[in-house]
Design a binder for this molecule. Structure first.
Ligand SMILES: [Zn+2]
Ligand SMILES: [Zn+2]
Length: 328
C-alpha cells in the first residue's frame, strides 16, 4: 500500500472518534448541567448510553473481525498446478462456490471474502468500514450492530434533551450553553439520515440473515438464502450467538482446551506412532499404549503444538479444520 494511502486510511476513523467524543463531552459540560439538579437520572441515563456507544465502537474497531491467516508457503505444494479455481459446497441444498484466493492460498469458505484494503480474507465478510478502520466480519459484526443501535439512541436522546433545554431557556439565546445546544441539534440533524439509515439497513440485514456484501452484490436474487434460519433465529444468532475464536491467535485457544481435546489434536498432528493409526484418527480409536505415547508427545510438545498442527496436514484440509461446517 502506498504511503499516502496509509495516512489517509486513518482520517475517517480519527474524524469519527473526534466528532463522537467532542460532541458528547460538550453535551455533558454545558446543556446537561441544567438537568443535574432537576433530574439527576438524566445524566446517569445518558452516561450509560455513552458507555455502550464507546465500548461497542472500541470492540468493533480493534477486535479481530475474523481474519483467516494466509497459508504458509509449503501448505499448498501438493496440488499447486492441478487445483481448480473453484470448489463447490452444498449448503441447505444450494451449491455455494468457494473460490481459490490467489493472495491467501486457500479456498475461501462460503461467505468469506478478501478485503482489498486490509489485504486479508475475512470470515463472513460484511464490509470494510472506513469509519471503524477495520473490516466488519464474523467476530465483530455484533459489536458494530450494537454500536449503530446505541449511537442512534445516543443521538435521539441528546437531540431531545437539547431541544427541551433550548425551549426552557428561550429568553437567553445568546448564552454559551444554549448556543452549544443549538449547534448539537444542528450536527445531529445533519448526521441523522446516514446514521439512522444505516441502522435501519442493518436491522433488515440481520433479520434476513444476510451480509452487506451479499445484499449489495445481489447474491440471493433468486429469493432463497441458504444461510437464513428464519427471522427470529437470525436475530438471536447475531445478538447472542457464540463468539468465535480468533484464528490469528490459535495458541490462546489451544491452551484452553481440555486434555481430551488436546489428545485429538496430537493424534492428527504427531509423526510416527500416532499417524500410524491410519484411518482411526478419532480420539476413540487410540489404544492405551498409543494414548500414553500421545500424552508424552503432548507434554513435550505443548508449546509447539499449534505449529505442528499447521505444518503436517495437507494445506486445505488443515485450514478448514478451523471452520469445520464450511469444509465439505
Ligand atoms: Zn484472501
Ligand atoms: Zn478490510
Amino acid at each position: 500500500m502506498p504511503k499516502c494511502d496509509l495516512k489517509t486510511k486513518y482520517i475517517p476513523a480519527v474524524l469519527a472518534w473526534a466528532v463522537l467524543l467532542s460532541t458528547t463531552f460538550v453535551f455533558f459540560y454545558y446543556p446537561c448541567q441544567y438537568y443535574v439538579s432537576r433530574f439527576p437520572w438524566v445524566p446517569a441515563y445518558q452516561g450509560v448510553i455513552t458507555f455502550f456507544v464507546i465500548a461497542n465502537f472500541t470492540l468493533a474497531s480493534f477486535m479481530d473481525p475474523g481474519v483467516i491467516p494466509k497459508a504458509l508457503p509449503d501448505e499448498d505444494r501438493e496440488d499447486e498446478f492441478r487445483a481448480p479455481l473453484y470448489k463447490n459446497a452444498d449448503i441447505n441444498g444450494i451449491t455455494v462456490r468457494m473460490k481459490w484466493c490467489v493472495t491467501c492460498k486457500f479456498y475461501r469458505p462460503p461467505r468469506c471474502s478478501h478485503c482489498s484494503v486490509c489485504n486479508q480474507c475475512i470470515e463472513k465478510m460484511d464490509h470494510h468500514c472506513p469509519w471503524v478502520n477495520s473490516c466488519i466480519g464474523r467476530r465483530n459484526y455484533r459489536f458494530f450492530f450494537f454500536f449503530l443501535i446505541s449511537l442512534s439512541i445516543h443521538m435521539l436522546s441528546i437531540f431531545t434533551l437539547c431541544l427541551i433545554f433550548v425551549l426552557h431557556n428561550k429568553e437567553r439565546l445568546a448564552q454559551v450553553d444554549v448556543i452549544v445546544a443549538l449547534v448539537l441539534i444542528a450536527i445531529i440533524i445533519v448526521l441523522a439520515i446516514p446514521v439512522f439509515g444505516l441502522t435501519g439497513f442493518h436491522m433488515v440485514l440481520v433479520s434476513r440473515g444476510r451480509t452487506t456484501n451479499e445484499q449489495v452484490t445481489g447474491k440471493f436474487k433468486g429469493g432463497y438464502n441458504p444461510f437464513s434460519q428464519g427471522c427470529w433465529h437470525n436475530c438471536c444468532y447475531t445478538l447472542c450467538g457464540p463468539q468465535y475464536p480468533s484464528l490469528m491467535k490459535p495458541h490462546k485457544y489451544a491452551a484452553r482446551r481440555s486434555n481430551k481435546e488436546n489428545q485429538m489434536i496430537s493424534t492428527i498432528t504427531s509423526d510416527g506412532q500416532a499417524r500410524g493409526g491410519g484411518g482411526g484418527q478419532g480420539a476413540s480409536g487410540a489404544g492405551s499404549l498409543q494414548q500414553q505415547q500421545q500424552h508424552l508427545y503432548e507434554r513435550d510438545n505443548r508449546h509447539t503444538q499449534v505449529k505442528t498442527y499447521t505444518d503436517h496436514g495437507n494445506g486445505h484440509g488443515m485450514r478448514s479444520g478451523g471452520t469445520t461446517q464450511y469444509s465439505k
